[in-house]
Write a protein that binds this ligand. Sequence first.
Ligand SMILES: C[S@@+](CC[C@H](N)C(=O)[O-])C[C@H]1O[C@@H](n2cnc3c(N)ncnc32)[C@H](O)[C@@H]1O
Length: 418
Amino acid sequence: MSIIRKFKLDYDWKEFVRELDELFPLDIYEEHIEYPNPLGIFYHNITEEYFPQHLREAIERSIGYPIKKKGWMWDWRCQTTELLEHVDTLKAAHHTGISDWDKVVFEDEPSKFGRPPLTVNIAMENDAHLYVYNNEACEYEHCIYGPGDIVVFNNNTQKHGVFVLNEPDVIPRRALNCYLDLDELFDTQHEFWKQPTENVPWPIITTKLIARKDKNNKFEASQKVPLQTEYSFNDMAYLDTPEAYPMFERQADIIIEKQCKGIVDMGCRHGPVIEILHAKGYTDFQYLGIDTSKEPIELAQEKWKDYHNIEFRRGSWEDADVLHVDFDVDQVIWSGVLLYRPDDHYEFFDKITRDTYNSPNAIIQEPQLEQRHWKAGLELNTIADKMKQYQTAYKKFTEYHYDLEIFAGRRLVVDVTL
Ligand SMILES: C[S@@+](CC[C@H](N)C(=O)[O-])C[C@H]1O[C@@H](n2cnc3c(N)ncnc32)[C@H](O)[C@@H]1O
C-alpha cells in the first residue's frame, strides 16, 4: 500500500494559471513566518466562495473524489523552496497558535477535532519533491511532481516535507492545496491507495539549513550535503536500486574488458561492483574493499566470507596499513569518493593510484554539477567539472555520462588508463 497518489489535472494547467492570476494578483499575497518554513512563505488563502467552481470541478474530475467544501487552503503563489518535515496535527504544525483558518480545516466536526484531512496538492509551475513517512511500512515514500500534476497523500499523523527541485530562482513556486476529508480514504487498505506511485530513489539527507540574504536582501536557503565517514547500510540504499545499476555495471564492464585481476575499491560500501562481476561470471580476481562505515563493511564481510580472494576492511584511506595489499593492483575504484577531497582530489588520486599501488588503471565515478533530480539550494562538493589535470596527466581518459532516475542521477564514470 502506498500513501501517495499522483494524478494529471484534467484541465490545461497554463489556462488554470492564467485564470487564477487574473483573480488573485501578486500584491494580495502576504508573508507568513511560521513553522514549518522558518525562512518565511508568501501565501493567500482563498475561501470557497471566491474560488471558481469550474476549476474545483476539474480537480475533482481528476481525482475522482469531491474535495472538502470548507476551509480550502489555496496557497497560490506560495513562495518557498522548502517545507520542513512536519506532522499536520494542530499541535505540531502550528506552534504559533491556532488561527481561524486552522479551525475551519481541522475542526470541521468537533468530534474529529485534530484530524487533518488528506492533502491534495496541485503543482502549477514548479517541480517539487514530496516525501512522506509511511507509518505502517516504516519507510519514506517519495514522489516528484511537476506542472499539471496533482498529488494526494495521507498526511494523517504522517511526517512529510516538500522541497523545490533545481532552480528556485527561475521556477515560480506555485502550488495549490486543498483537502479530501472522507472517512473511507483514511483506511490505508482502501483501493485508492493500492496504485503505487513512481518513486525516484532518494537518500534521506539530513542537512543543515543555512539562511543567508541574497543581493536583493531576500532570504535564501542553502544546505550542505554532509559527507560522512559513517553510514548505515540503508543510508545509501538508493544506490542499490535497478535505477542506479547502469553506473555500477559500467564499472564492472571496464574491469572485465581490461581483464583486471587485482582490484582495490576505495570507500566501497558493500562492494556493489563485485556482485555484478560475479553475476557476469567474472570471478578470477583479488579484491580489497576499504570503507570507514561499519554496517556495510560487516554485511559484506559476512556475505563474502567464503571467498578467499575477496576482503572487506574497515578503515580509512588515510591509513597506510589499511591500504596495504599482498597482490599486484591493476584497478583502483574511486566511486563517489573523490568529492570528499575537493581541494586535493587529483594529488590524492595520483598518490594512491600511482605511488601506492602502481596501478595502470582506475575508475572514477562522480555526480555531475548540473542535476535533474536535485534539491534547490543543496550544495555538494562535486569534482566532475574539475578533471582537466587527469585528462592531461594520463594516457587515456574515457568518459561515460549517465542521467539516471535517482537522486543526483547525472553521473560521470571515467575509465582512466595511467
Ligand atoms: C558516497 S559513498 C560511495 C560508496 C561507493 N563507492 C559507491 O559508489 O556506491 C562514500 C563512501 O566513502 C566512505 N568513506 C568516507 N571517508 C572515508 C575514508 N576516509 N576512508 C574510507 N572510506 C571512507 C563512506 O563511509 C562511504 O561509504
